[in-house]
Design a protein around this ligand. Structure first.
Ligand code: GDP
Length: 735
């Protein structure tokens, strides 16, 4: 059966009207996995038995971890709607909050999102996060309100109350769209139950309906309540299978790829949309030049590194010569595949508008743009993906047997290829391995995968929190001297304003941008002086810092510009307080004396001169540490409010908002990452389990003044640094 279907699918791939690219988004535990499984069974790609088994394994904890990583669960489904066949490429996305990076990467390749919301819990923080991300990528949402059975069996709601609950969720959901959607799509993309843009059902019991489907069949809420109370849910499920409701919604309301690309390309692609290439992308032209956006890299133990991506233009074929824009290298495609459940099927070609797996492009990373070699000189890349979470928690990893070091590092490198939100740092001298992730669970899963794959024995340290160093005032101008004393740089340091930080963080201001365009954005949106903005030499997008040149007419300055930039980048990796990365500073070069002989003004002279002045500047600008802070949303019952707030208060947390609904109280607040490690246990025991909550990276916040020295000292001790915090004088020899 499957083989026959692949042939059908192949013939449809060239007709965009018959193709849809979608994926599921949900708050953790709202039912994404169960729903996806229903789709698989409905489309007949997995036998019901296999699907049932996969879920049974969910009860084993480690399997649960594995499931949350959701590897390679892309599927291409075959579905007939009103007598016409469709191919629906379904991109799976991980459900846990620690994996928003994966979500961002998946969104790039989809045009529509099925958002799953638990009918009891309603719209939660992570629902908001994923909807916001979908809006940023111009991905159109449809809504599935899941776990209707819980409204009946647990909350004992009557048909009227069920209807009210659904209306409430739809309203909350549309509020998100109102907040985050592009103004041109706000009204069009709000979901309307009467138009079949909302399905409700129970993934567990495998039934689901849209309102028009229910109306047509004469199904009422009272019939659904009856089905549960009189034990004929199976019949309900057979008459209204969930997969049909969902795939109907997707075919009807997710636009075909060529339609979606018309409005998505101007937003997600950086090139000129009026060029021939731009036109091919807007049209999803299968005969245009090949352009592929890579959303994911993963290692297949047999084949090697596999890239998954969306063909936005052209047709990719086995043997094609392609160019990787970010990696700046040419490769030959060894194989092209289509996803079929957990398997990949070799197919000779994949045209624009479809999702492809590629073998042979090893140097690609998630976010890469692959183009036909013939257009490598004119092609522009896709917009960089914006990750909402940052790697703020670190563990040290040490092999039990020192001889395993190399193998372990190799395994870790593989993990970071697959998951760019992990960051790996190896201390060349001590051999210490540091792995950073966006949360403790993220790191637990990464180290678990490492063990599974390498089968090596290694120790993992307690999680450590990463800090940032920042300044609070403007420093005087300092003179940084080169070791040979022949070069002098005059530099000051000051805090960047919040708006500039935001512009860099969200990729509106970038390092490789046209300087005039960048200056315009900074002037209009963040009030920069035009000359100063034009003087930007580099933007550090990783830690959010800027280097500005304000000099005029200095001889030989152009010759040493690159070394000053390198010195700047070197300085901000390790600030003077605790050698943590520096965040949010503007470094200004005011004046310079440069030696006329190139032999006396090499990088070994200029980089230290730059660093000395920057370090002195930071120390003179009221330096402080920033700590990562999480936002928390906890839902609990009336009588447990005090207990939840008590736990937060004990951990320097604070309550920002409290919303009362008929069944529950939602407490929104903040808590520093460093205080969050024992939170689960404490919340559960304080409320006897009557609480559910989610955490998510919120922002960097200055540590309380009375804790600053203590924290700096602890970090210095841990890193084996001298007890004394450096002073301004240590960086400027005399003054
Ligand atoms: P995910 O984290 O979003 O992938 O959620 P899962 O699909 O793993 O589901 C989370 C939990 O909710 C599992 O225990 C499921 O069995 C359960 N679940 C999923 N759908 C339903 C439903 O319709 N009704 C009920 N009562 N439970 C459900």
């Amino acid at each position: 059966i499957i083989e026959k279907k692949i042939e059908d699918i192949l013939s449809m791939m060239r007709n965009p009207a018959q193709v849809r690219n979608a994926g599921t988004l949900a708050h953790v535990d709202h039912g994404k996995t169960t729903t996806t499984d229903s789709l698989l069974m409905g489309a007949g790609l997995l036998s019901p038995k296999v699907a049932g088994k996969a879920l049974a394994m969910d009860y084993v904890e480690i399997e649960q971890l594995r499931q949350m990583t959701v590897k390679s669960a892309n599927i291409s489904l075959y579905f007939e709607y009103e007598g016409k066949p469709y191919i629906i490429n379904f991109v799976d996305t991980p459900g846990h909050v620690d994996f928003t990076g994966h979500v961002t990467r998946s969104l790039r390749v989809m045009d529509g999102a099925l958002v799953v919301v638990d009918a009891v819990e309603g719209v939660m923080t992570q629902t908001e996060t994923v909807v916001r991300q979908a809006m940023e990528e111009m991905v159109r949402p449809v809504l599935f309100i899941n776990k209707i059975d819980r409204l009946i069996k647990e909350l004992r709601l009557n048909p009227n109350e069920i209807q009210e609950r659904i209306i409430e969720i739809v309203k909350d959901f549309n509020n998100l769209i109102d907040m985050y959607a592009d103004p041109n799509f706000k009204d069009k993309w709000k979901v309307d139950p009467s138009k079949g843009q909302v399905a409700l059902g129970s993934a567990l019991n495998k039934w689901g309906v849209t309102i028009p489907q229910a109306a047509k069949a004469g199904l009422k809420f009272s019939n659904i309540v009856d089905a549960y109370e009189k034990n004929y849910v199976d019949e309900l499920a057979q008459e209204f299978p969930l997969y049909r409701a969902i795939l109907n919604m997707i075919v009807e309301h997710v636009p075909p790829p060529n339609v979606a690309q018309r409005y998505r390309i101007p937003k997600i692609w950086r090139g000129d949309i009026n060029s021939p290439l731009g036109k091919a992308l807007l049209e999803a032209d299968p005969d245009g030049p090949t352009v592929i956006a890579v959303s994911k890299m993963n290692k297949d133990p047999h084949a090697g590194l596999i890239a998954t991506g969306r063909v936005f233009s052209g047709t990719i074929r086995e043997g094609d010569e392609v160019y990787l824009i970010n990696a700046k290298t040419s490769k030959r495609v060894l194989q092209t595949y289509l996803y079929m459940g957990p398997n990949r099927i070799v197919i000779p070609e994949v045209p624009a508008g479809n999702i492809v797996a590629l073998l042979g492009v090893d140097d690609a990373r998630a976010g890469e743009t692959i183009v036909a070699s013939s257009i490598k000189d004119v092609a522009a890349p896709f917009e960089r993906m914006k990750y909402i979470s940052e790697p703020v928690v670190t563990v040290a990893i040490e092999p039990k047997n020192p001889n395993d070091l190399a193998k372990l590092v190799e395994g870790l490198k593989e993990l970071t290829i697959e998951d760019p939100t992990l960051s790996l740092k190896i201390d060349e001298e001590t051999g210490q391995i540091l792995l950073s992730g966006v949360g403790t669970l993220h790191l637990e899963i990464a180290t678990w995968l490492l063990k599974e794959r390498t089968k090596l024995d290694f120790a993992v340290s307690q999680p450590l929190v990463r800090f940032r160093e920042a300044v609070r005032t403007t420093s005087p101008t300092f003179e940084g001297k080169s070791p040979n004393k022949h070069n002098r740089l005059y530099i000051s340091v000051e805090p960047l304003d919040e708006e500039t930080i935001r512009l860099i963080q969200y990729g509106e201001v970038t390092d490789d941008q046209d300087p005039r365009e960048r200056a315009k954005i900074l002037r209009e949106k963040a009030g920069w002086d035009t000359d100063e903005a034009r003087g930007i030499w580099t933007v550090d997008e990783q830690y959010i810092n800027v280097l500005v040149d304000k000099t005029t007419g200095i001889q030989y300055l152009r010759e040493i510009r690159d070394y000053i930039v390198q010195g700047f980048r070197w300085s901000i990796q390790t600030g003077p307080l605790a050698q943590e990365p520096v965040r949010g500073i503007k470094v200004i070069l005011h004046d310079a004396v440069v030696h006329e002989d190139p032999a006396h003004r090499g990088p070994a002279q200029i980089m230290p001169a730059t660093k000395n002045a920057i370090m002195a500047g930071i120390l003179a600008a009221r330096p402080t540490l920033l700590e990562p802070v999480l936002s928390i949303e906890a839902k609990t019952t009336q009588e447990n409010i005090g207990s939840v707030i008590g736990v937060l208060n004990r951990h320097r947390g604070k309550v920002i908002d409290m919303v009362q609904s008929e069944y529950m109280v939602t407490i929104k607040g903040e808590i520093p990452v460093i205080e969050s490690f024992t939170l689960s246990d404490e919340l559960r025991s304080a409320t006897a389990g009557r609480v559910f909550w989610s955490l998510q990276f919120s922002r960097w916040s200055p540590v309380p003044e009375n804790m600053l020295v203590d924290i700096v000292m602890k970090i210095r001790e841990r890193k084996g640094l001298p007890k004394e915090i450096p002073k301004v004088e240590d960086f400027i020899s005399q003054y």
